[in-house]
Design a protein around this ligand. Structure first.
Ligand SMILES: [Zn+2]
Ligand SMILES: [Zn+2]
Length: 385
């Protein structure tokens, strides 16, 4: 089973250089079952990009797509009017939603495109649309089994567990911890999961002023993961005000308590395969963001812990959009704050200079005699967010 993150942000699309790494699209997660069937969870703006990819690869007989909505809040449906496969008469889309105070999924989603909110209504979507109401139940779909349970969120929300022969994926977003019945539902869904995607919109400190808003924290995610014996925990539904730098720091802090913890990142693919044990996480960021560009010639670099006098000499050999990778003699802890000095040689129209930036150690791994460290640089003006 393969899962792909198309949108990971809450509330409103957040395109900005400060959110480029984790991504600014609102929730949409796609899974491909072991037999290759597609199931889509939530229809935030990430869905638009999935739709573009699907329409370039539509077979002559059309697509059969299963869509499960957690709930009807804007950030989980706003990609729907722009989902290209819905406009193709060959396609069949099966929506699964809960009934909200007497309003079916068909009514709720049809309302999205009523005059004057959108230039055309849903009838111009020539793809065949089918609507199913789901509650707390277990459905057999293709080669997987999907279990749904209510979680704690204003106006209701469903969490989902997908069990395939190759493993278990669990999707719990828009859930606030603290109500025993719902907390129990979350643990029931997450039991023994290979991958749990969990709403960690707030830090524990932020949560104190957001009680009742319907969201959770990384601390609670770890508590669920431990109670339920989850292997990999993926923090999801990032706050629009949390920049990449903020999330990097939050993840470093949280990993100290649960090492198999990740931040959901647009474009990342996750393979869940207990049988073949293929590598689990393949970062989309490698393709669109962290690709390292080699420098024409290595530059001399000095690294110094902030506030410490000793420096370590090394070389800058390549650069990505947010940092670089260095080989050093000593061990450096993840999270260490660094001052980085780079000797920039003279060019035809400029003298030699020294470039000084602040950085944070984001990765640290042994490489034969040395330690390899990934350092993220702090952009000027990025502040602490
Ligand atoms: Zn949401
Ligand atoms: Zn919501």
């Amino acid at each position: 089973m393969q899962l792909t993150f198309w949108g990971v942000r809450k509330s409103t699309p957040t395109p900005h250089p400060r959110t480029l790494k984790y991504g600014g699209n609102t929730p949409c997660v796609e899974i491909q079952t072991p037999e290759g069937h597609r199931i889509i969870f939530d229809c935030g703006t990430g869905l638009t990009h999935l739709g573009k990819q699907l329409s370039t690869a539509t077979p002559p007989e059309g697509l059969r797509l299963m869509v499960f909505l957690t709930h009807f809040h804007w950030d989980h449906i706003q990609g729907l009017p722009f989902f290209a496969p819905l406009y193709d008469a060959r396609n069949q889309v099966y929506f699964h939603c809960f009934e909200n105070q007497g309003m079916t999924g068909k009514d709720a989603l049809g309302g999205l495109m009523l005059n004057p909110y959108f230039p055309v209504d849903m009838t111009v979507m020539k793809g065949q649309k089918n609507f199913y109401t789901v509650g707390e139940e277990t459905l057999q779909l293709f080669d997987v089994e999907i279990t749904s349970r209510h979680v704690n969120h204003p106006q209701g929300c469903l969490g989902f567990r997908v069990r395939a022969e190759t493993g278990v994926f669990v999707y719990v977003t828009d859930h606030e911890h603290g109500v025993p019945q719902f907390d129990q539902n979350v643990r029931l869904l997450a039991e023994g999961a290979d991958v749990l995607v969990y709403d960690a919109q707030y830090t524990p400190a932020e949560y104190r002023s957001h009680v009742g808003w319907g969201h959770s924290t990384w601390e609670e995610g770890i508590s669920v993961a431990r109670d339920a014996g989850v292997r990999d925990l993926v923090l999801f539904h990032h706050d629009p005000d949390h920049s990449d730098l903020f999330l990097d720091k939050m993840l470093i802090q949280a990993r100290a308590y649960f090492p198999q913890l990740h931040g959901a990142m647009e474009g990342t693919q996750v393979n869940i395969d207990r049988v073949r044990q293929v590598p689990t996480f393949k970062s989309g960021i490698e393709q669109r963001y962290c690709q390292r560009v080699p420098l024409p010639q290595p530059l001399a670099v000095r690294l110094r812990r902030v506030g410490q006098p000793e420096t370590e000499q090394t070389e800058l050999q390549d650069l990505s959009l947010d940092g670089s990778f260095f080989l050093v003699d000593h061990e450096w802890d993840i999270g260490t704050e660094l001052e980085v000095e780079v000797d920039v040689p003279a060019g035809p129209d400029r003298p030699a200079s020294v470039l000084r930036v602040r950085g944070t150690v984001a990765r640290s791994e042994k490489q034969q005699e040395k330690t390899g460290i990934g350092v993220t640089f702090r952009a000027r003006g990025a502040g602490n967010q």
